[in-house]
Design a protein around this ligand. Structure first.
Ligand code: GH3
Ligand code: MG
Ligand code: MG
Ligand code: MG
Ligand code: MG
Length: 301
């Protein structure tokens, strides 16, 4: 049930080190603790981190090409790599070098020659911090039952995408979806089975919103929202229709529904007509209400 923050075997450390001897020493020290990938320059380190984010970087100071210090500053300046902790591994540990480490955004430094136990313990400590921070971030953004993002994150993402859409002059569309006759489902099959339905709805949502910027969120009890940046209303309508059809086709038995299976209704809106986030939500909500009124298991825009 609880994620074990002490188990670091799934963590990945990136070692940036141009000396083969030092590479070997560090790899041997960390062999039993976690995965270690090795690159030899600051440029390669940045390239690597943009592809697959490691949990921690062990950075040599003097490298060919840019220095470790410069690489650290560059990583700290990019949003996608800024939260990767960097530890310097260096023989330059005079007072001014220590100041430079902190100024570059490092979380720690380890002196050379390397003391195995110190290296292992420092890496352990920082990997644990990183793992805890990642878990906290996940728990604050993700709905525990369904695995889609939660309402808090929806509000954040709505504001962000709305502003981006205004700047880039692109259309932001949204879908609000509500499971039909869900109270009756719970009453008939029980709350746990109801929870399973919500998980299935989330799966369909994820399946139908696979572009990198699309986001699916649990908006309330049995209500979900989808944010579709850079998407005209007609395309959003089609995605909503795919979701409604996808759920219908799952064929989850619902004895109390006129459709005999679990269905949902959806409303679609876009910044073609809405002039702020609140208006966008309100228009999707109104369309959803119309979909309910017109018989459910349908999309209205
Ligand atoms: P409509 O077709 O008009 O949407 O009718 P409905 O019954 O789906 O809507 P209503 O708002 O009357 O009921 C929503 C139900 O959703 C009631 C509530 O108990 C249930 N619900 C909300 N959150 C959860 C949850 O996390 N798990 C389960 N199993 N049920 C939930
Ligand atoms: Mg070196
Ligand atoms: Mg070096
Ligand atoms: Mg509802
Ligand atoms: Mg409902």
């Amino acid at each position: 049930m609880f994620n074990d923050v002490d188990d670091l075997s799934d963590c990945k450390v990136l070692l940036v080190e141009d000396s083969v001897i030092n590479q070997k020493i560090i790899q041997v020290c960390l062999a039993d603790l976690c995965d270690v990938a090795v690159v030899e320059s600051g440029e390669e380190a940045i390239e690597y981190c943009l592809q697959s984010a490691p949990d921690l970087i062990l950075m040599d100071w003097i490298l060919t090409g840019i220095t470790g210090l410069e690489a650290c500053k560059l990583l700290q300046s990019k949003p996608s790599t800024a939260n990767i902790p960097v530890i310097f591994v260096t023989s330059n540990v005079g007072e001014s070098q220590q100041e430079e480490c902190w100024d570059a955004g490092a979380v720690d430094f380890i002196g050379k020659p390397i003391v195995a136990r110190t290296l292992v313990n420092r890496v352990k400590t920082h990997l644990k911090y990183k793992k805890q921070a990642d878990l906290l971030r996940e728990y604050s953004y993700v709905d525990g039952l369904t695995g889609v993002f939660n309402r808090r994150y929806f509000s954040q993402e709505m504001d962000r995408h709305y502003r981006q859409g205004q700047r880039a002059n692109t259309t932001l569309s949204m879908i609000i979806l509500d499971v039909d006759n869900f109270k009756k489902y719970n009453d008939h099959y029980g709350h746990l089975k109801g929870d399973d339905v919500l998980k299935s709805v989330a799966k369909v949502l994820k399946h139908c919103t696979r572009r990198p910027l699309d986001g699916a969120f649990r908006y309330g009890g049995e209500e979900f929202a989808v944010l579709l940046p850079n998407t005209p209303k007609e395309a959003a309508f089609e995605i909503a229709q795919n979701i409604i059809n996808g759920l219908h086709q799952l064929g989850i038995e619902h004895a109390e529904s006129p459709f005999d299976v679990v269905t949902a209704s959806a409303g679609v809106s876009s910044t073609h007509t809405a002039s702020d986030p609140a208006e966008l939500i309100k228009q999707a909500d109104t369309a959803l209400y119309e979909a309910k009124k017109n018989g459910r298991n349908r999309v209205i825009e």
